[in-house]
Design a protein around this ligand. Structure first.
Ligand code: TMP
Length: 253
């Protein structure tokens, strides 16, 4: 098979040149990192689960008219996406206090917020993705005012869609992060949801038990990440045919 051109290797994904101009193959790795890659491990099967879960959310968003970069899943670990220019912001939507917001503002984790709160972090690993305001974004030209209006509206639509999907399977969407891409169509540019939507980039708590079903399981050493993500995939009805091994021995009858 011809060797593909690698465009970029990130912490959890590798991007390769796609088969046609304007396309990219997004490969989901098994690497898990936290705290700006200070903590790292290989979690067997994570890439497969995130590929399938991200496909599920991106397809669903497309069906309700939220544009995404997703074109199609190619195999267990890869999907074809539209090439786009990533806006250098992490867009975070929070429904309940948790994580860095709880620390910063001294609000107990799990406290319901009066309304969804959208935050922006400047995407720069060397700086640890610092929280920024719309003033910084406008002054430094990271996005225009029109972009920011569109990004806010997209983020809230994604929140409504995902909150509903998770509620239906007994999971609370505490918060999540999305990334936004620009695609150019002739003289026009359009903003789309890019990167991935998976338990790596969400906080998901079981509504009844409060059990964490997201990357906090890895960040906080709470058990098997594969089991947590498999549970999310199982509830959403998208569990791959051959579930990834959890690393634990299985009894054979
Ligand atoms: P935070 O509470 O640590 O700021 O995280 C908010 C949300 O963003 C949470 O759902 C996890 C997600 N997130 C990422 O996807 N990537 C990151 O690098 C960080 C720090 C958080």
């Amino acid at each position: 098979m011809a060797r593909r051109k690698k465009i970029y290797e990130g912490k959890a994904k590798t991007l390769y040149e796609g088969p046609e101009p304007g396309t990219i193959v997004q490969y989901f790795k098994d690497d898990a990192t936290a705290f700006n890659a200070e903590k790292h491990d290989i979690i067997e099967g994570k890439g497969v689960l995130n590929n399938i879960l991200s496909e599920f959310f991106m397809l669903g968003l497309g069906q309700i008219g939220v544009p995404t970069h997703f074109l199609k899943r190619l195999n267990m670990r890869e999907q074809l996406v539209r090439s786009c220019e990533i806006v250098p912001l992490e867009v975070i939507v929070r429904n309940y206090a948790a994580g860095s917001m709880s620390k910063r503002l001294g609000i107990d984790e799990g406290t319901q917020l009066p309304r969804p709160i959208v935050e922006y972090c400047y995407k720069d690993d060397a700086l640890g993705d610092p929280l920024v305001t719309e003033e910084h974004i406008a002054a430094f030209g990271w996005a225009s005012q029109q972009d920011m209006d569109d990004i806010l509206s997209l983020a809230l639509r994604v929140n409504d869609f995902m909150s509903g999907i998770f509620l239906a399977v007994g999971i609370r969407l505490v918060d999540f992060k999305i990334e936004i891409g620009r695609v150019y169509e002739g003289d026009f540019q359009r903003l789309v949801i890019a990167d991935e939507i998976s338990p790596d980039s969400c906080r998901l708590w079981d509504i009844k038990t409060g059990q964490k079903l997201d990357k906090d399981v890895f960040r906080r050493d709470l058990g098997s990440l594969t089991d947590a993500y498999s549970e999310v995939a199982r509830r959403l009805g998208v569990m791959p045919n051959n579930p990834p091994a959890s690393g634990k021995p299985t009894l054979v009858n």
